[in-house]
Ligand binder design. Structure first.
Ligand code: 5GP
Length: 146
């Protein structure tokens, strides 16, 4: 199916819709999921226009998994969860609701409920505070890499 240029993440990439961004490079962007399934839930997307992982170029796939790994490391430091769930759906039948490929990075703790997928808007102040925690860790990571 042809890529829908007006899907919500394409519009976020063009800054036509707001997002709480925590990371951006030449090929990828990461921002807070507006309906988090657990505190610190972040989405990583390639800038390349691709609906699913199957449509993405090899270079795009390398870039997005590298950024996803980077964000998972940052989330581990920022929120100290016991685990990190990384999830990615391809096609509505697989649970994909936004037709621009993305990876979910979700901090997890045993016994802590995972909220329903794309169901309820998170508290904006909490989303902003969690984004700030991630940005701080990412800034430290960038310093260490320099
Ligand atoms: P999918 O169901 O396609 O795997 O995941 C789409 C994700 O995008 C869901 O977790 C949903 O909460 C999130 N989402 C949907 N619309 C928006 C939006 O406008 N802004 C942000 N930041 N996240 C969104």
């Amino acid at each position: 199916m042809a890529y829908d240029n007006n899907n919500v993440f394409a519009r976020i990439l063009r800054d036509e819709l707001p997002s709480i961004r925590v990371y951006e490079d030449e090929y990828t962007v990461a921002f807070m999921d507006i309906m988090p399934q657990a505190p610190g839930h972040v989405l990583v997307i390639p800038k390349e226009a691709a609906e699913t992982l199957l449509d993405l170029s090899d270079d795009g796939a390398r870039a997005v998994i590298s950024t996803t790994r980077h964000l998972a490391i940052a989330a581990k430091q920022a929120f100290a969860p016991q685990g990190i769930l990384v999830a990615q759906m391809n096609g509505a039948a697989a649970g994909q609701t936004v037709p621009h490929i993305h990876f979910h990075v979700i901090p997890r703790n045993a016994g802590q409920e995972v909220l329903a997928h794309a169901a309820e808007k998170g508290d904006m102040a909490e989303l902003v505070a969690n984004a700030e925690k991630l940005r701080k860790v990412l800034a430290e990571m960038a310093k260490d890499e320099a």
